[in-house]
Write a protein that binds this ligand. Structure first.
Ligand code: AMP
Ligand code: ZN
Length: 114
């Protein structure tokens, strides 16, 4: 846990959130500024600053996040598809330095970046 990290404080319950999923390693909650009908943030409970900090010591937690994403997508009725986004670092537009995956869907999404 990083004391100053917003998402660590959400995971600990110090800051309230609309939780949609939790297991031993993963926490997921609704984005406060949703970009689609469904917009969930999926985070490892362990503080990892960004995708740039993924290595052999923590990559299993990334796999756990993606297992959770598939479960949450089913629970949220996203059988028609969805988008998973990770913003990494300043140029990537990351604003909260705790690794997170945006799960976005529930409607036909706008144009792709790639
Ligand atoms: P990023 O720009 O990829 O770092 O994404 C950070 C996301 O966190 C943004 O989509 C914000 O809307 C979201 N966010 C910021 N504060 C909160 C909060 N207290 N609860 C839920 N989502 C938040
Ligand atoms: Zn954190």
């Amino acid at each position: 846990m990083s004391e100053q990290c917003l998402f660590c404080r959400i995971i600990s319950g110090e800051i309230p959130s609309a939780k949609v999923y939790e297991d031993d390693e993963v926490f997921a909650f609704r984005d406060i500024n949703p970009q689609a009908k469904v917009h969930v943030l999926v985070v490892p409970k362990q503080h990892i600053a960004s995708a740039a900090a993924i290595d052999g010591s923590n990559s299993a937690l990334v796999a756990k996040c993606f297992e959770a994403i598939a479960k949450i997508a089913r629970a949220e009725g996203l059988g028609n598809g969805y988008r998973i986004i990770n913003n990494c670092g300043q140029d990537g537009g990351q604003t909260v330095m705790h690794l997170h995956f945006h799960l976005i869907g529930g409607e036909k999404l706008s144009e792709k970046i790639i």
